[in-house]
Design a protein around this ligand. Structure first.
Ligand SMILES: Nc1nc2c(c(=O)[nH]1)N[C@@H](CN(C=O)c1ccc(C(=O)N[C@@H](CCC(=O)O)C(=O)O)cc1)CN2
Ligand SMILES: NCC(=O)N[C@@H]1O[C@H](COP(=O)([O-])[O-])[C@@H](O)[C@H]1O
Length: 206
């Protein structure tokens, strides 16, 4: 099966990028990670991509652009230049402009460390702990103009313990992230889906 070209956009540690690259290398995910973009020059994701042999690894510095739309336009041009069919946000900590979302509508996915719609935003794990939830988890969703409001592709839940800290809960969530993200990417490429209202309807049998 010919592989689908994807780009991964990251800002930090890159553990989700790593598990996707490992799944591709193991033949478990028929995609080609042709481009990795990070908005932070010290993002470990950049090193992970280089070590894995990703052909195009780029730090795009927001400080080099006059605003969010100009920065996003540079990233968009890179994505088009490399023919990326899917844009996979993996710990990408910038809100994408409406212009960018419009340009790639239906082709951007994100992993979020909560059971959306609960706890959208940049501090989901902290917010869930403060609220006192007893379960949390992660969500893979399509990305649109509404922050963390896109249609949901997959979710996984974890227990929250009384002695949890932000770090212990996040570590438990990431165990599930590292399973659900490569698996959902594989399903998207091999099975496909349609959207009915807010609902993602997978093409294959459940
Ligand atoms: N248009 C969209 N952009 C993004 C989405 C989305 O659903 N629609 N998902 C986020 C990912 N994300 C949570 O999953 C998230 C990332 C960043 C922020 C945020 O507030 N960022 C600030 C800067 C924060 C910082 O630099 O520390 C900002 O961009 O001003 C909230 C949620 C990715 N983008
Ligand atoms: N709001 C976005 C957000 O909080 N995303 C979260 O950032 C982490 C990135 O980890 P990684 O860099 O190790 O893949 C992940 O836990 C992801 O859910």
């Amino acid at each position: 099966m010919s592989s689908t070209s994807i780009a991964v956009m990251a800002s930090g540690r890159g553990t989700n990028l790593k598990v996707i690259l490992d799944a591709v290398k193991a033949g478990d995910c028929p995609v080609d990670v042709s481009l990795v973009i990070a908005d932070k020059g010290d993002a470990e994701a950049l090193n992970i991509a280089r070590i894995a042999g990703v052909e195009h690894v780029v730090h795009v510095n927001p400080k080099d652009y006059s605003g969010r739309e100009q920065f996003d336009a540079e990233c968009a041009d890179l994505l088009d230049k490399h023919g990326c069919q899917w844009i996979v946000l993996a710990g990408y900590m910038r809100i994408l402009s409406s212009a960018f979302v419009r340009r790639f509508r239906g082709r951007i996915i994100n992993i979020h460390p909560s059971i959306l719609p609960a706890f959208a935003g940049a501090k989901a794990v902290e917010d869930a702990l403060l609220y006192g939830v007893k379960v949390s988890g992660c969500t893979v969703h399509l990305v649109d103009e509404v922050l963390d409001g896109g249609a949901i592709l997959a979710q996984a839940i974890v227990p929250v313990f009384d002695d949890d800290t932000r770090d212990t809960l996040h570590a438990r969530i990431q165990i599930e992230e590292h399973k659900i993200y490569p698996a959902t990417l594989k399903r998207m490429v091999e099975e496909g889906f349609s959207i009915e209202g807010r609902r993602v309807i997978w093409a294959g049998k459940q």
